[in-house]
Design a protein around this ligand. Structure first.
Ligand code: 6R9
Length: 655
């Protein structure tokens, strides 16, 4: 036994893991940042080379934020294919490397899958040929309504391969929301699955799809993936995806696309009207998604990267699929939820697949923090190097828990502020380069030029220790290009309140050190569990109910969700409030929009506080929902100030 080390001794002295040198340190960041904003053409001309072009670009930046002429183009004469960048270019060097690890909802009944780059090439090419066989051509729109299964990535990349534009609808959305999005972009095809297992439950996707398609043109076809094999009804427009893929050729050349050809549409909520189709194009988006993925997460060759988002959100687009795969990473696709089968699931998956970078939302962190440290401590998280947060401001308590209990004080936390509209990270610390502050998004990514504006005058506020609204002074390659079918709405939403700037909709503070802190939306958008929702959308769902005369929806602080949905509802004359009706309205909103839009609190409001011109005073409703009615401010402009007393007396959210 003399020269043999016993197992116990090995356990007692684990070899320290080698840590790669971060891509940039503080000086490196400062130099690169300065270069990116002083000469964007030179900077992005160089970093544009990180992806493969079919025809190299000769022009880099051609962008205008000028009123009446909002025009954003990057690399505009270059051609490329996004799927070839995510797959084909890796085949020679890493065909056998795992591209996607698929982790199922239920680890006790289903095995995880390791899909190599060669496998991915085969499946995406087959799916691309299936799409072509169904008549999908370059420029056509394809709506994807799938669970988090490998086919979701195949479908995205198959569209990209043939130049079709995908629009993913989160599988938690209702048939109505799905139908509106299919019609909104005049899609030729819907790709869905029989069922979506999640947290041990199953959403009947195909049946939802049938309901949605009843409100669409007969010509829209439906490609159905078998996920569970459960029984579904079959109609004339349905096609069996598994059978067609099996029969399809695995040879499908990648279409040559212009840098400014649309890659995808993704619907997102704003402060007014129905959700709008955010359009991202190919070249700038790919450069930006891959570069942010590499630098923000300090991604190195061979790392296993896990973003827990759903591909139905932009985070899943940029940091499950396009960014990691463009960089030749191993990316995890997780079908489940953080608490199923138990509250240790995230950490079990991290240990099982030796995850190096882990990226999730504050709402999940808060929920798991509440479940107790023992769920984390029983798993080996020693491969974790970087932790990420996205979707909403992270409160310091959750940040500290994430840092200490999950990261053991060794993993920088990157609190990434960005939006569906921005394509990739805008403000974020960089591991190894930024001294972290819990709750701050801190510093602009390369090429991003944040400004703080005075909310009413729109004047730039210079210097540090200031607060205002967050705008961007100039374009970056990942910026959205337009609202699908409505360029005017694009200009009106993002460029009209503050002329010459891109307006994020968020408030922010720049502290004494010049670090940015996001203070939350300044418009009527609320953030529930990291999901963006327009209060107007929930209101219009409520008033669509026959018994509802009027409604006003606001957010209120919620321990786990960040914000909860507080709905004030005025009933039609003659209708009586009851708990049964409250339930009915909750179910109604779930079916109109989806479970994430269900109001947490509904207050019966015989009247709403309005100005004499009839405008609802949301400021007052917000304060009452926050149980902070001592600070209502001026109510003298109200048409009938007594409604406020009634609302306070019957408030639902007593501290
Ligand atoms: C990526 C994504 C965007 C809105 C955004 C802001 C909020 C996102 C944040 C954050 C504070 C962060 N938000 N990240 N707030 N700190 N790190 O979430 O896109 O769904 O479009 O939401 O989310 O309010 O304006 P999206």
């Amino acid at each position: 036994m003399s020269d043999v080390v016993s197992g116990a001794e090995i356990d007692a002295q684990p070899a320290p893991k080698t840590q790669p040198k971060p891509h940039v340190d503080a000086d490196g960041y400062a130099q690169m940042y300065a270069a990116s904003v002083t000469d964007p053409d030179a900077f992005w001309g160089e970093h544009g080379q990180r992806i493969d072009w079919i025809k190299p670009f000769t022009k880099v930046k051609n962008t205008s934020f000028e009123p009446g002429n909002i025009d954003i183009r990057w690399f505009e004469d270059g051609t490329l294919n996004a799927a070839a960048n995510c797959i084909d270019r890796h085949l020679a060097t890493r065909g056998d490397q795992t591209a996607i690890i698929w982790e199922p909802d239920d680890p006790n009944t289903t095995e995880s899958l390791h899909i190599t780059y060669a496998d991915l090439h085969r499946s995406v090419s087959k799916m691309a040929n299936v799409l072509k066989g169904l008549g999908v051509e370059k420029g056509d729109r394809v709506v994807i309504y799938l669970p988090m299964i490998p086919e979701a990535a195949y479908a995205m990349l198959a569209c990209a391969r043939i130049g079709a534009i995908h629009s993913i609808v989160f599988a938690g959305f209702s048939p109505d929301a799905l139908g509106a999005r299919i019609n909104g972009c005049d899609a030729k095809l819907l790709i869905t699955a029989d069922f979506a297992p999640r947290g041990g439950r199953q959403t009947p996707l195909k049946s939802n799809a049938d309901t949605a398609l009843a409100a669409c043109k007969d010509s829209v076809q439906c490609l159905v993936v078998k996920r569970t094999g459960g029984e579904v009804t079959w109609t004339d427009r349905d096609h069996d995806c598994n059978a067609l893929m099996e029969a399809a050729s695995d040879d499908c050349p990648a279409e040559e696309m212009n840098a400014e050809d649309p890659l995808f549409i993704l619907y997102t909520s704003g402060s007014t009207g129905q959700p709008k189709g955010v359009v991202h194009t190919t070249g700038g988006y790919m450069v930006y998604a891959s570069m942010t993925h590499q630098y923000t997460f300090d991604y190195h060759e061979g790392d296993v990267f896990w973003c827990t988002a759903d591909v139905g959100w932009v985070t899943g687009h940029s940091y499950i699929v396009y960014g990691p795969l463009a960089n030749g990473a191993t990316t995890i696709m997780f079908e489940g939820v953080p608490t199923y089968p138990d509250a240790g699931r995230f950490w079990e998956v991290c240990a099982k697949h030796k995850v190096n970078q882990f990226y999730t939302a504050p709402t999940a962190i808060r929920a798991l923090m509440g479940a107790g440290n023992e769920w984390v401590e029983k798993h080996d998280l020693s491969d974790l190097r970087v932790l990420g947060s996205v979707g909403e401001p992270i409160n310091p308590e959750a940040w500290n828990w994430y840092n200490e209990v999950v990261g053991k004080g060794n993993c920088p936390i990157v609190d990434t502020f960005w939006q569906t509209e921005t394509g990739g990270h805008m403000l974020t610390p960089l591991p190894g380069a930024t001294d972290l502050k819990p709750g701050a998004a801190q510093q602009p990514f390369f090429g991003v030029q944040p400004v703080v504006l005075e909310p009413t005058s729109g004047e730039i506020i210079d210097g540090n220790g200031v607060e205002g609204v967050l705008c961007m002074k100039d374009s970056w390659p990942g910026q959205m290009r337009t609202v699908w079918g409505d360029h005017e709405r694009f200009e009106k939403t993002y460029f009209s309140d503050y002329k010459g700037y891109y307006f994020s909709g968020d408030g922010c503070r720049r502290d004494e050190d010049g670090d940015y802190w996001i203070t939350g939306r300044v418009d009527d958008v609320i953030n529930v569990s990291g999901h963006r929702m327009g209060t107007a959308e929930v209101e219009s769902a409520l008033v669509a109910h026959a018994k509802v005369a009027e409604s006003a929806v606001v957010g209120y602080p919620h321990d786990v969700k960040g914000q909860g949905i507080y709905a004030y509802v005025t009933l039609m004359n003659g209708e009586e409030p009851s708990d049964a009706l409250r339930k009915e309205l909750e179910t109604w909103v779930r079916s109109e929009i989806g479970p994430i839009a269900k109001p947490d609190l509904i207050q019966w409001a015989p009247g709403l506080p309005k100005t004499r011109s009839g405008k609802i005073m949301r400021r007052i409703l917000r304060k009452i929902a926050e149980d902070d009615f001592g600070a209502l401010g001026d109510t003298s402009t109200l048409a009938d100030p007594s409604v406020v007393d009634d609302l306070i007396a019957n408030r639902m959210n007593r501290a």
